[in-house]
Design a protein around this ligand. Sequence first.
Ligand SMILES: Cc1ncc(C[n+]2csc(CCOP(=O)(O)OP(=O)(O)O)c2C)c(N)n1
Length: 527
Amino acid sequence: MPTVHETTYQLLRRHGLTTIFGNPGSNELPFLKNFPADFSYVLGLHEGVVLGMADGYAQASGRTTFVNLHAAAGTGNAMGALTNAMSSHTPLVITAGQQVRETLGVEPLLTNVAATMLPMPLVKWSYEPACAGDVPRAMAQGIHMAALPPAGPVYLSIPYDDWDRPAPATADAVAARQVHGAIAPSTDVLRALAQRLNMARNPVMILGAQVDTPGAYDAALKLAEKQRLPVWVAPSCPRCPFPTGHRLFRGLLPAGMATISRMLQGHDLILVVGAPVFRYHQYDPGLALPKGSELVAVMDDPLEASRPWMGDAILGDAQLSLEALRDFTDTAGRKWPDSLPHVAASAGGVSGRLAPEQVFDIVARTAPADAVYVNESTSTTAQLWQRLPMNQPRSYFFPAAGGLGFGLAAAVGVQLALPDRRVIAIVGDGSANYAISALWSAVQYQVPVIFLIMNNGSYGALRWFAQALNVDEVPGLDVPGIDFCALAQGYGMRSSRVHDAESLSTQLDQALGLKIPFLIEVMTELG
Ligand SMILES: Cc1ncc(C[n+]2csc(CCOP(=O)(O)OP(=O)(O)O)c2C)c(N)n1
């Protein structure tokens, strides 16, 4: 008779979840035993790194991804990273081993007490199977739930004595089920919106992360061209949903409410697709919308649709909605918007340190056109968007909730998912330390990410924020004395430190040629 263990692996195989990101403990060993040859296990040395790698992998592959953590302690370590995965709607099935069922009442070491409550509210569904026979069904439910709109992480706590129990008779039927999720708004609603676009004098489109799939990206591009819509990227957007080299591309909106309203002044219709309205950061009171503007947002998350201060919302899949709008709108006779002003090459930094703009200009010149960027250099995001070309889907990844510890780890996952493209992680010296052991995973699994550490000796973004908030003499904003080349060496990675533009060009060029993980520590000025 097949066991819960055998049928669960069969289920994972059927749904293509054959890469497991994890960090094991005693509660997980019975699940990992006799690890099948057609599965791979990617070990992270800290659960924040495990989750960050899985997040990057799931986002870049577009596929639900499996994570295995150790009980409550491992789950707790992963929760900072989980804030990002929840915000980016990353489909993750996160499992954690639980102690033996009959002992739970006396709380032996490594019991996950109140296991289903622990990861809330950072998962969309959390469950501990009622008995061993419920494990294959619960696992299937988790796989479906993670991918159904709005996608997001789910959590399952599984007692470790369940794995050797006999599988229930329903296991095969459960494994064979498919659940299809994409929901299109009604044709009437989309035709009415298309009509508003046709009639608008000066409409604009704002795109979010949900548009960064090959199908939605293409549909957005075609709609923008047909309607000659200038396109902004939503504030705090963790992905790049539109080609930055396109004549309709305007840039990344800043994350302040009044500033956005000022920038959108003059647009009578603002169409938002695949983004919350809006993910603000700094408190910037003022008008939520410019006077005379109407806003309509299309997204697949009821919470995101219902919570904004302004505008209307339509619940629906980004790709299906964009395709329908493309079909239902007329070809607009509007003028093409003026081209963006040319961004001048950076003049360079002070002696021994590069200006961040200079770093981006060198990367833009040297990296392949299809390079993928993982950004966690917090004070230089605006400059990055102005200077790095990103002209195809899945070219940019950023921590969606602003939780640091994403960059190094996600870059490893993204590179594993996109082996034919080169991933360049641009990570601040502060941010790098939240997930530094990701360097070890990159080396062990030979994942050829280029890690550019922007070493300005500071939490630069917080210095900017301290000024914006008008607060002085804040402690804890400097991070001097870290030797990233030595850290890389400790994890077995090749590295090099650069102080000037010429050495950066040379080292980057060399790293691109080597096809191995490589860390370049770039001494930079404050952004
Ligand atoms: C987990 C977590 N802890 C703390 C912060 C607060 N924080 C935001 S930006 C920042 C500084 C990051 O510094 P660095 O990576 O060196 O980049 P820089 O701002 O200097 O460009 C910090 C600590 C955060 N966002 N997430």
